[in-house]
Design a protein. Structure first.
Lengths: 360, 333
C-alpha cells in the first residue's frame, strides 16, 4: 500500500473512532510489540482523550522472574556450559548480576535467533553442554519444541533446554481476576495468536464482558483493532474479533500447537511483578527429561525481591504507567536500566523512553 | 607461506618479507615506497586530520570488507569538514594464524577504495599479536585533507530554517553486516553501502557557503547523528517519516529483527544541512552523483525544541527520536 493510501485509510479509521466513542475506556495492549508500534506511530495522540491505552505484561524478557534470571546466570557459570539465549535477555539485571556481566567474566554466552541455532552450537561443541534458555510466549515455544525433537532424533546428548516459556491466556485471566485494573477491552497479541488462534480468548468476553481484538503491528492494523474494540464496547456486545486475518486463523497453527503438545506439559510459572500463576508455564514432559536443564541442574522456580523503587511489577500489571515511576528517565535509563521493562526493546519503559511523545 | 606468524611482526627479516613481498605491492606510491620512518609531504592551507579504528565482524560482508571500510570511513570523516582527502596512514594489527590470502584480499580492496577516492596511503605499520590477542584483524587509519577557502562546515552550524538532506537509503550497512554475522539469509540479499563520499561532497562544494553541516551517519544511525548535530548547534530538528528512504529488503529485515532503520549504521551516506534557498540545487547535484541518486530532503532545522529531534510519523503524530543507547539487539517475538 502506498503511504498516501495508508494515511487516508488511517484518517478514516480515526474519524470513525471519534464518531462512535462516547465513554471513558481503558484498553490494554497485551503485547510489548504493540506498545512499541503504538508509541512509534504516535497513535495515542490521534485518539480521543477518553480512550486510554495501557501497556500489559506481553514482554517475554520483562516477565521472566528475577529468581529465574539468577538461575540462568548460575548455569552460565559452569565451565562446560555454553548458554544460548535470545537477544535482550543478556542485559536484564538479576538480583546481583546479569548475563552480560557473566559473559564479561569469561563465561560462554551466545545470542541466538532461534533454538535450531543453539542446536547447531551443540553439534559443533560435543565436549560442552549447550543450554538453550527457552523464554517467550506461545510464539517461541514451538521452535524450541522442534529443537528438542530434532535433538532426540539425532541422538544429540549435549543439548538442554531451560524452559521458562509462558502462556498468554492464563496471565490474562490472572490479571482480570485480581481486579486491580478496570479494563474495557484488550488488544490481543498478533504473533501469539498466529499460533494459538482466537478461541483461547473466548472466556474473556464470556466471563468478564471485556472486548477483545487480535491485531497486527502495522499502524492500520492497530487502528482497526481499536476501532473494533470501541464498537464492541459502545454497543455492549463484547466478543473476540480478528483484525489480522492475513496471519491469524480462529483455530491457530495446528502444526505448531502439536509440537508444543508433544514436548511440553503445562505447569506453574513465576512472573516478574505478578507472582506465581498456576497453569501459566510450559515445562518439559517426563519423556524428554534428559533435555531438561531444570532437572539436570536441579533448578527450582523461584522469585526474588525487586530493586527498591522499581515499578516494573505494577507496570506489567497495567496498574501504573512508566511515567508514574520515580526512577523513569532518572535513575533508570536504557544505558543504566534498573528493571527489565527498561531493558527489553519490547518493554513499556524502554518504549516510553525511546519513543516519547512530543507536542512537536 | 599461507598464514601470518608471530615472527612476521618481529621487525626482522620475516616482517620485511611480509611487507615488501605481500603487502606493499597493493598500495605502493612514490611516498610510501621511500620506506622512511615517516612520510614527508608538502601541504598548504587549512588541514583536516582524523583517525578511526576498524574492528568489524565478520571481516568480509556483502558489499565490502574491513579494508574498504577502513579507507572509506576515514575518507568520509575528512569529507565531513569539506576537506579534499589526500593522504592516509594504515596500521594493521593481525592475529597470529590469520590467512595470508584473506589479508591480500583486504589489501586489494583497500587499494581499490583508495584509488576510487583519489587518496594515497603514505605510511603504515604492521603488528602481529598472539592467537586470541585480536579478533583476526584490526585496522587503524588516519587521514589528512585540505579544506578549500570559504568553507565553514561544522556540526555546530545548523540554523533554524535549514533543510536536512540525506544522500540515500538508511540501514543498508548495518543490516548487511548483521545478516552476515548471524548467517541470516534474506530472499533479497542486502549489500553494505560502504563507499568513499569525497567526490559526492566535492560535487556540492560549489554551494559551500550555503552548506552548514556535513556528517556521515555511521554507528548509531541517522537518529544519533541528528541528535549530535541538534545538540552541537543548539537547534531543534524535525524529520518526516514518509520522506526517509529505506529499501524494502532493509525495512522487512528490520521489522523481523525488531530494529529501527533510523538507528542502524550506514557507511556510505551523508547528511547535508544547508540553507533553504540552495537546498533544491544541492539536492539536484547530489542526485546526479552515483552515491547520491536516492538523495532526499528529509526534514528541517527548527528554533523550537533545541537539542531535540522530532519525527512526524506517517499518521501525522509526533515523537521524539533519541540517540541510540546500548547495543542493537534483536527482539524475541
Amino acid at each position: 500500500m502506498m503511504i498516501g493510501e495508508e494515511r487516508t485509510l488511517a484518517k478514516k479509521l480515526i474519524q470513525e473512532i471519534f464518531r462512535i466513542s462516547s465513554k471513558e475506556i481503558n484498553l490494554m495492549e497485551f503485547c510489548g510489540g504493540h506498545t512499541v508500534a503504538i508509541l512509534k506511530q504516535g497513535i495515542r495522540q490521534l485518539l480521543p482523550g477518553h480512550v486510554h491505552l495501557l501497556s500489559g505484561p506481553g514482554c517475554p524478557v520483562c516477565v521472566t522472574a528475577t529468581g529465574d534470571i539468577d538461575s540462568i546466570i548460575h548455569l552460565s557459570g559452569y565451565r562446560d556450559v555454553i548458554t544460548a539465549t535470545f537477544g535482550d535477555l543478556i542485559r536484564v539485571p538479576g538480583s546481583t548480576s546479569s548475563l552480560q556481566k557473566s559473559r564479561a567474566e569469561g563465561n560462554d554466552i551466545r545470542v541466538v535467533y532461534s533454538a535450531l541455532e543453539a542446536l547447531d552450537i551443540a553439534r559443533q561443541n560435543p565436549g560442552k553442554r549447550v543450554v538453550m534458555v527457552g523464554i517467550g510466549f506461545e510464539t517461541t515455544a514451538p521452535t524450541v519444541a522442534a529443537s528438542i525433537l530434532q535433538a532426540a532424533r539425532e541422538g544429540i546428548k549435549n543439548y538442554l533446554v531451560y524452559s521458562l516459556h509462558k502462556l498468554t491466556p492464563p496471565v490474562m485471566k490472572a490479571l482480570l481476576d485480581s481486579g486491580e485494573v478496570k479494563l474495557d477491552g484488550i488488544i490481543c497479541p498478533g504473533h501469539v495468536s498466529t499460533v494459538i488462534g482466537a478461541r483461547p480468548y473466548e472466556f474473556i468476553p464470556l466471563n468478564y464482558r471485556i472486548a477483545c481484538a487480535i491485531t497486527g503491528f502495522e499502524p492500520l492494523d492497530i487502528l482497526e483493532g481499536i476501532n473494533m474494540l470501541v464498537r464492541q464496547i459502545e454497543s455492549g456486545t463484547p466478543c473476540v474479533e480478528i483484525a489480522y486475518r492475513r496471519a491469524v486463523k480462529p483455530e491457530g497453527n495446528l502444526k505448531a500447537l502439536e509440537l508444543m503438545e508433544q514436548v511440553f506439559r503445562v505447569g506453574s510459572a513465576w512472573w516478574r511483578g505478578i507472582g506465581e500463576i498456576p497453569g501459566s508455564g510450559l515445562q518439559l514432559k517426563e519423556e524428554y527429561r534428559v533435555f531438561d536443564a531444570a532437572t539436570v541442574f536441579q533448578l527450582t522456580p523461584q522469585d526474588a525481591t525487586e530493586p527498591a523503587g522499581c515499578l516494573c511489577g505494577e507496570i506489567l500489571r497495567a496498574a501504573k504507567t512508566p511515567l508514574d515511576c520515580p526512577l523513569f528517565g532518572k535513575k533508570c535509563t536504557p544505558e543504566q536500566p534498573v528493571g527489565p521493562c527498561m531493558v527489553s526493546a519490547e518493554g513499556a519503559c524502554s518504549a516510553y523512553y525511546l519513543y516519547g511523545e512530543s507536542d512537536g | 607461506m599461507d598464514k601470518i606468524l608471530l615472527a612476521h611482526g618481529s621487525g626482522g627479516r620475516l616482517s620485511h618479507e611480509l611487507i615488501k613481498g605481500y603487502l606493499l605491492g597493493y598500495i605502493s606510491n612514490e611516498i610510501l615506497c621511500k620506506m622512511d620512518d615517516s612520510a614527508v609531504i608538502s601541504l598548504a592551507g587549512r588541514l583536516a586530520f582524523t583517525t578511526d579504528s576498524f574492528v568489524v565482524k565478520p571481516l568480509f560482508f556483502p558489499g565490502g570488507d574491513i579494508g574498504r571500510l577502513a579507507v572509506c570511513g576515514t575518507v568520509n570523516d575528512l569529507a565531513t569538514s569539506g576537506a579534499r582527502p589526500l593522504y592516509l596512514s594504515l596500521a594493521l594489527i593481525i592475529e597470529e594464524g590469520f590467512p595470508l590470502g584473506d589479508l591480500q584480499k583486504i589489501m586489494e580492496s583497500m587499494r581499490n577504495a583508495a584509488t576510487e577516492a583519489g587518496i594515497k596511503i603514505v605510511t603504515g605499520d604492521t603488528k602481529v599479536v598472539n592467537h586470541g590477542g585480536a579478533d583476526g584483524l584490526f585496522i587503524n587509519t588516519s587521514g589528512i585533507g585540505v579544506i578549500p577557502d570559504n568553507t565553514n562546515i561544522s556540526g555546530a552550524n545548523a540554523r533554524p530554517g535549514d533543510k536536512i538532506i540525506l544522500s540515500g537509503t538508511l540501514g543498508d550497512h548495518g543490516v548487511a553486516v548483521m545478516a552476515a554475522r548471524e548467517k541470516l539469509r534474506f530472499q533479497i540479499p542486502v549489500q553494505s553501502d560502504c563507499a568513499p563520499l569525497n567526490t559526492l561532497v566535492e560535487s556540492i562544494m560549489e554551494f559551500r557557503e550555503y552548506i552548514h553541516c556535513l556528517r556521515d551517519p555511521t554507528r548509531g544511525g541517522l537518529a544519533t547523528t541528528l541528535n549530535e548535530l541538534a545538540g552541537q548547534s543548539e537547534t531543534g530538528m524535525i524529520i518526516y517519516e514518509d520522506a526517509l528512504p529505506v529499501k524494502n529488503a532493509v525495512r522487512s529485515a528490520c521489522d523481523m529483527l525488531g530494529l529501527d532503520p533510523v538507528y542502524v549504521a550506514n557507511e556510505g551516506k551523508m547528511v547535508v544541512i544547508a540553507a533553504p534557498e540552495k537546498s533544491e540545487q544541492i539536492l539536484e547535484a547530489m542526485r546526479s552523483h552515483k552515491y547520491g541518486r536516492e538523495s532526499a530532503i528529509i526534514g528541517e532545522v527548527t528554533a523550537k525544541n533545541p537539542g531535540r529531534v522530532i519525527m512526524k510519523t506517517i499518521l501525522g503524530a509526533s515523537r521524539i527520536i533519541d540517540m541510540l543507547s546500548g547495543e542493537l539487539l534483536p527482539r524475541i517475538c
